[in-house]
Design a protein around this ligand. Sequence first.
Ligand SMILES: Cc1cc2nc3c(=O)[nH]c(=O)nc-3n(C[C@H](O)[C@H](O)[C@H](O)COP(=O)(O)OP(=O)(O)OC[C@H]3O[C@@H](n4cnc5c(N)ncnc54)[C@H](O)[C@@H]3O)c2cc1C
Length: 491
Amino acid sequence: MKKKKVIVIGAGFSGISAATALADRGYEVQVLEKNAEPGGRARVFREGGFVFDMGPSWYWMPDIFETYFGKFGKKPSDYYELKRLDPSYSVILSDSEVIDVPAELEGIKALFESYEVGASEQLDKFLHQAAYKYRVGIQDFVWRPSVKITEFLSLKLLVDAIRMDVFSSFYKHIRKFFKSGTILKLMEFPILFLGAISQNTPAMYSLMNFAEITMGTWYPMGGMHQIVNGMVALAEEKQVKFTYNSEVTGFEIVNKHVRAVKTAKGLIEADMVVASADYHWVEQLLGDDFRNYTEEYWDKRVMAPSSLLFYLGISKRLPKLKHHNLFFDRDFSVHSHEIYTDPAWPSDPLFYASAPSVTDPSVAPEGCENLFLLIPVAPNLEDTEAHREKYFLQLMDRLEAYCGENIRDFIVYKRSYAHQDFMSDYHAFKGNAYGLANTLFQTAILKPSLKNKKLDNLYYTGQLTVPGPGVPPSLISGLVVANEVDKSLRK
Ligand SMILES: Cc1cc2nc3c(=O)[nH]c(=O)nc-3n(C[C@H](O)[C@H](O)[C@H](O)COP(=O)(O)OP(=O)(O)OC[C@H]3O[C@@H](n4cnc5c(N)ncnc54)[C@H](O)[C@@H]3O)c2cc1C
């Protein structure tokens, strides 16, 4: 019997995940990717002996990667070698106050106790509650497709939702355990990954702290793109066909059914389409008759921040830097106001510096440092070369002051990346980097649906739908949509 054909639009984590799961169930799967290589926001580029991961740099929740590869009888170690970082990361509070966050729990407890008497015991209590949230959140909530409200109408789930602290804020929750401003800063950091400030983030996301503290911060040797390479290799083992430089530009729709997708090379027919490209962009391609949501709806979404990034090749080592360095030496309330409340280029930003060459000699020539700098910024800002250069100079001043040495004269490669690039490379709505913020009103059933409600064979996956942004959620999103597609094709 002829296999049913599924087209997946986009070869980011969610697209590769969906494609692999569907091929594993016997469908003929073709992935159409507009760029020349897979990975989406986690692509890689090489220049002068430097290997730059373009997006994600934090490998958290190793259990999700185990689950992902495990679904296909594999392990991450079949494809890449993981190294646990210790310290997990450094937090720079001022030029003279730097905290190296230890990998082991006992080390973290001792660190907390040094800032607040009794804080190590409080951490135990906090983690005990967070462990429950992780278990329910990661083993149950995130696997729900959230297409029907009935998925959430059970007494057990209601009780779980209350115990999960879905309805109170992380900001209030964490202050029940700790008073020290430094500890609060450390505990609120993982929440930044969710794309909203802690006042607007449900307390259930203390599951992020649980993951970070108890499971550790890891790094795939060779770079984060080794995850992508591993996933593509696995997909190809399952006979997924990847077609690069192949942008989908529209849909041929007959009787509320997508008959084919349009590309520059012509129409490609499909029984089912899974769109992992930015949701809003796919809606634009569908036009008013078939899109799920209006422009007004999209305009009202709370987006996670965009980023101003710099990829730098430095012709010497920078011994002061760790693998992950968080420059929290400025007032975050001002910076977050400029991201969320009154969007503007930040006046005096916090930033993040990653130097993977500290762990991995293969990502820089010998004696050199590979540096990735990131400033979280509001989406939809006017992005000009002048803006980028202004912040580049600010970051150089601060890095040089911290490292105690000249850096700018040793830059042998420099590339910046911001809103305009996110839009041209990924069709990112408002130049977003990480999709939608995980606020209460953008959780589960309240997120853009993974099913198109007007067409019988179009589904969405990726960071703008359930369960949300980040590498582990994108992997899960692909697996969840594959289940829904499979059910629909079997009807
Ligand atoms: C700078 C940065 C740092 C990050 N850091 C971390 C981190 O440390 N840890 C973490 O867990 N997460 C991190 N993230 C988030 C994580 O990278 C994303 O959530 C995840 O990669 C999103 O995957 P996706 O499949 O949803 O989307 P994407 O990666 O955007 O994939 C979508 C794909 O669709 C393609 N596409 C778009 N339009 C079309 C079209 N018309 N036709 C064909 N193809 C199309 C795009 O080219 C892209 O390849 C970071 C993201 C960024 C940008």
